[in-house]
Ligand binder design. Sequence first.
Ligand code: SF4
Length: 477
Amino acid sequence: MKHRVLIMRCDEYRADAIAGIIKEGMEELGVKPFGKTLLKPNCVAAHPELFPHAFTRAEFLEGAILAMKAKGEAVTELGVAERSGITIPTRWCFKNAGYDEVIARNRVRATYLDEMKHVSVELKHKDRLRDFIFVPKPIAECDFLVNLPKFKAHPWTRLTLALKNYIGLQDDRHRLVDHNSFLEHKIVDLQEVVQSSFIAIDAISAGQKMMLTPTPFHMGAIIMGSNACAVDTVGCHIVHVKPQDLVHLRMAAERGFGPLDLSDIEVGGDFPLDEIQERCTEFQFCLERVDRYFGPDGNLACSVGAFPEDHSRDYCWGGCPGALQEAVHIFRVYYPDILQEMKKVRYVVGKVEAPLNLEDGERVLFAGDCTSWQGNLNGEKLAIAGSYRTRAEVDAHKTRSNDMILKIVGQLWECFKSRSSRHLHARGCPVSVAAHVNYLSALGGVKNPNFDPRNVLSVNWAYLQMRLHRFWNHLFG
Ligand code: SF4
């Protein structure tokens, strides 16, 4: 039997209208939630001014909750579960996304996955990255997972739809494991833990180019289905991407999680595929290497070398370079001309063997554990040694916490120690977006958005709450 995917028209964020469309979709697809039901939106970052287009909108979440309630005679628990982007407390994002009101009004449970105990789940597929993967206990134990992605382009994986939304399940300790050139493999491994029982993509206003700071694109649709590969395949066609080019989708299909070919999918709904394709001919992506993306008109230049894994020698799409792009776009929200205003910085990533030929005053950020270089800097010999660890060498049971405060203090201390040096080596695999922000701010001599007075108190208050709840849940959860 063919998998079914529905594309429905929806031009505005009205919870009652969205609820009606999702209910209709559930009826047509024969979806009946039951037991412990969790709704997983994409709330990687949310703020009305800073990240207004990065997340599944609150009205969409409310529409989905109302639909689950209407169709959920067999539901025993209904909750909203998510882990926002690395180090950002999920509580802070929920508040800024407007989720708190929706959750309170509809009397459902908020499950902040960064505060939950994680359990290891055994993986069995022959192409798995690891024998075990860590996921939050509520995810491992849920009966019915409702996947509510935001339709967005993604600078690391091209698109983030149903499959990629799973990266938002893990807490920071486990999220960065294999978040490098193995990111696509990891997305697929997560499908083995739990598959989406129902998917509704918020494609009313889609996001272009970046994942944290996308530009809005009116798509005017809700895309629904009950197989993530089928939904993502249709999503690819909507924005003129070959499904085979969405690497994690191809891998998931190869592992048997669903179709990759449109002929294996029955596409229905009131918004014909060719019509929405026509609307999306100008949808924009940003899948560019950093050495091409940052041009001579700015003060940031990049030297990209070779990378350690055979399948990605020429570029690390899931790691540091993409984090740099996201970091620069975060700066741009605050300072649109950051690339012209900052001091000259050379970003070096991978094994670079050529001389850097720095300009006067240009400082160097060597980024990531795989990065190595040797040569003369300031008239002195310098050797940056790579310390990349292979998958087998990284024990997922012994990972660092990646705690927000510890990370920020550690990175600022590194910057302080290197204040009179011409270079700094940022360690990590990957170096996160937040870390890139700290390092660029120090080397480029620009204000650090992490200390923006609009957010510093609220973020830290949410952080303290997160730590307390996390402590409690780890003791008694
Ligand atoms: S250190 Fe960064 S660039 Fe190098 S492999 Fe790891 S994530 Fe990729």
